[in-house]
Design a protein around this ligand. Structure first.
Ligand code: FES
Ligand code: FES
Length: 166
């Protein structure tokens, strides 16, 4: 199968790799580049575990995206969110509101929340539930996650930082 030489900027670091035409971005991130914080859940676009940010605040499902189409793109995974030794406010809010049990959905949930709050800094509960509906959690029952997103919204607006924590 044809191979494609691509360059991705992942969490601020330029990475060159050779991928076959059918290699998903999720597999390239996890297996070729070692970003195992991006999770494989369903592989079919249903669960959101593989959510990543592309070129800023656009969320995509890594399992539905071919790596060869992403040449030159800038990607943020959950591992790239901390700044100066501090977790992102959304990560802190998830921890402090007990919005994590097994943690498998959490990287995707956090990245989706960052995108959601960038678009709508003070979402209602209904808007939060709608915004996160593509991200499935098997453990928490969602109430804690909604509370974490509300808390993250207050943290980000209170500190006058952008949703990227800068
Ligand atoms: S692994 Fe991509 S949406 Fe489930
Ligand atoms: S905390 Fe387990 S799947 Fe969400």
């Amino acid at each position: 199968m044809k191979k494609h030489a691509i360059t991705l900027t992942v969490n601020g670091e330029e990475r060159d790799l050779l991928v076959s035409s059918n290699r998903t971005l999720l597999d390239a991130l996890r297996d070729d580049l070692g970003y195992t914080d991006t999770k494989y859940g369903c592989g079919t676009g249903e669960c959101g575990a593989c959510t990543i940010l592309v070129d800023g605040m656009t969320t995509i499902n890594g399992c539905l995206t071919l790596a060869a189409t992403m040449n030159g793109k800038s990607i943020t995974t959950a591992a790239g969110l901390a700044r100066n030794g501090h977790l992102h406010p959304v990560q802190e809010a998830f921890i402090e509101n007990d919005a994590i049990q097994c943690g498998f959905c959490t990287p995707g949930m956090v990245l989706k929340t960052i995108s959601l709050l960038d678009e709508n800094p003070a979402p209602t509960e209904a808007e939060i539930r709608h915004g996160l509906e593509g991200n499935i959690c098997r453990c928490t029952g969602y109430t804690k996650i909604v509370e974490a997103v509300q808390d993250a919204s207050r943290r980000i607006s209170g500190s006058n930082t952008s949703a990227m924590g800068e």
